[in-house]
Ligand binder design. Structure first.
Ligand code: SF4
Length: 289
């Protein structure tokens, strides 16, 4: 889920959020869950996403406003995740609009860019935009076992075409094994053949939340283990992008900060308060002091 930030702009804003980010006390990136439905239904999905999932959409204008207010507060980047983000027809235009405010990375399974539909990414050959596409194995059968039939072919088809268009592409691999397992070497070599730089290949563990928890997969993570990036959903603001997971059809609220998402300074200050060990605000439910 997490990715390195794009080149962060210098923070020129004054105020407690900007100061905390500048001092390294608070992460500079905001995450937004644009939606929870997906055309796939991966075995380890944190959000139990599938075509039948409740959508829980953040609308286009709210997404752009989060980026605008985030830049004003001193945040230095934004990530968009889901669900499959590009199921939302307005997503391509919204990504370009958000990139006017902050560097943006958009997580996608890459399956909706087949054939002419790669035009969804027109205008994303932009210094402030990166697409992060999932690929779990260099072996088609192994990859597709976790991510769905024909997933490998679709990803391997679209990545070089995106790069040829000038779009920055990152590959994200989710693994149950050790992150430095030599067994991942063939995958790293394969990803390089697609035109993706080694520093743009992110390998991360399965986190035992959502569907992975139901299947007893992955690492058990507490709040202290989860990067404390401010994460916005239609249902509220959370501690970290691993916060707003779904288990047995219900949104997990153990890492909920506030039900309010805008103005953004309300959840941002709730996160800062939690990080600084101050008493949380009235609508904070996160039990971290
Ligand atoms: S892991 Fe990603 S691609 Fe797979 S079901 Fe979940 S949201 Fe969809």
């Amino acid at each position: 889920m997490s990715a390195p930030t794009l080149d962060a702009p210098p923070i020129t804003t004054m105020g407690p959020i900007a100061d905390a980010i500048r001092a390294g006390e608070m992460p500079g990136r905001i995450w937004v869950y644009s939606n929870y439905h997906c055309n796939l239904a991966c075995g380890y999905c944190l959000t139990e996403s599938s075509p039948k999932s409740k959508r829980r959409e953040v609308d286009r204008d709210t997404m752009v406003e989060i980026a605008r207010q985030g830049a004003e507060l001193g945040f230095t980047g934004i990530g968009v995740t889901g669900g499959e983000t590009f199921l939302l027809p307005w997503m391509p235009e919204a990504v370009r609009a958000m990139a006017e405010h902050l560097p943006i990375v958009v997580l996608t399974n890459g399956t909706l860019f087949q054939g002419d539909r790669i035009s969804k990414t027109d205008g994303m050959d932009h210094d402030n935009i990166a697409l992060q596409i999932s690929l779990d194995s260099h072996l088609p059968d192994v990859n597709d076992m976790a991510r769905g039939e024909d997933n490998f072919r679709k990803v391997v088809d679209c990545v070089p075409r995106l790069i040829e268009k000038g779009v920055t592409v990152r590959i994200a691999t989710t693994t149950e094994g050790d992150l430095d397992d030599p067994a991942l070497d063939p995958l790293k070599e394969f990803v390089a053949t697609l035109g993706v730089a080694p520093e743009d290949h992110l390998i991360r563990p399965i986190v035992r939340r959502g569907r992975a928890d139901e299947l007893n997969m992955g690492l058990t993570a507490e709040a202290k283990d989860i990067p404390s990036e401010l994460t916005i959903t239609a249902d509220g603001a959370f501690w970290g992008s691993f916060g707003p997971t779904v288990s047995n059809g219900r949104l997990d609220t153990d890492l909920l900060l506030t039900r309010t998402i805008l103005p953004l300074d309300i959840p941002a200050n709730a996160l800062l308060g939690a990080l600084q060990g101050m008493p949380a605000g009235n609508d904070a439910a996160l039990g971290i002091r």
